[in-house]
Design a binder for this molecule. Structure first.
Ligand code: SF4
Ligand code: SF4
Ligand code: SF4
Length: 261
């Protein structure tokens, strides 16, 4: 839907972590009014509705992804399949009904369970502050006999995680510095760096609000099926332990972060 410049400017005043959601709500409002484009008044009306505390139309959860699927060259993994599976999982749990029973007053955006995908460690969708953050990861491994020592990977790695070993003349990766972005694999002209493992890093318990915190990362890289199972386990905890519509991070702070990984 086309937006007028005034409407665009107004929606940019919404905090970044709800902006995408606000845009959708404003577009729905414009469509309800059978408008052909989004005007400032649609943004204003949505803002008034939000401030008045009226209930929002909500599924009780939000899944957000970065813009990797639009053709970003930095993608370390692709999230479409996992995203669709997660949408099904969350939709099957009646999150909105569950939250309405536990929250005093209207269901607000900040009550929703948020899952954020980023397809590389640049983390454009802010997975660190979501209930569950999922980050694309690929672990590189140098095939020494293929390496010519050209050092292109050394200059590509922004983490200073690769150097050319003086004795052997081949690339060596410092795994303690590697952020699993896979850029060295892409840049190597000899195909001397292979994908040793590809999957997802998982963070849990991130949130903003009065007591903000970053999600805690689980050790390792997980396949899509493992990631789905881990999210299910966190959801089980969320449903079993939730007292007043609190965020997953608050629950995990109380009971601990252990899930079977
Ligand atoms: S998180 Fe990475 S893959 Fe996604 S849009 Fe940002 S840079 Fe691209
Ligand atoms: S995967 Fe990324 S961070 Fe790790 S060594 Fe390669 S370029 Fe560096
Ligand atoms: S870019 Fe490839 S061939 Fe060149 S040093 Fe790195 S691993 Fe070796």
């Amino acid at each position: 839907m086309i937006w007028t410049r005034e409407a665009e400017e107004a929606v940019m005043k919404a905090p970044f972590f709800v902006r995408r959601r606000v845009r959708l709500e404003v577009e729905k409002e414009a469509a309800r009014q059978k408008a052909s484009k989004v005007l400032l008044k649609h943004v204003t009306e949505c803002r008034q509705k939000f401030l008045s505390g009226k209930p929002i139309a909500s599924k009780g959860f939000q899944i957000e992804a970065c813009f990797g699927a639009s053709g970003c060259n930095n993608r370390a993994n692709t999230s479409e399949d996992l995203l669709a599976e997660l949408e099904k999982t969350l939709a099957s749990r009646d999150m909105a009904g569950f939250l309405r029973e536990r929250t005093a007053g209207a269901l607000k955006i900040h009550h929703e369970f948020r899952v954020c995908f980023s397809e590389c460690p640049n983390a454009c969708s802010r997975p660190q502050i979501a209930d569950i953050g999922i980050i694309g990861a690929v672990r590189p491994r140098v095939v020494q006999k293929e390496c010519t020592g050209c050092a292109l990977c050394v200059s590509e790695c922004s983490e200073d995680a690769i150097h050319i070993e003086p004795d052997s003349g081949v690339a060596l990766i410092d795994t303690s510095r590697c952020l699993l972005c896979g850029k060295c694999i892409q840049v190597c002209p000899s195909g001397a760096i292979e994908e040793a493992q590809k999957g997802w890093r998982i963070l849990a318990g991130g949130k903003l609000g009065r007591h903000p915190q970053l999600g805690k990362e689980m050790e390792g890289i997980y396949s899509s099926s493992e990631a789905l199972r881990i999210v299910e386990e966190f959801l089980d905890i969320y449903f079993a332990q939730n007292i007043g519509g609190e965020r997953l991070g608050a629950i995990l702070n109380r009971i601990g972060y252990g899930v079977k990984s």
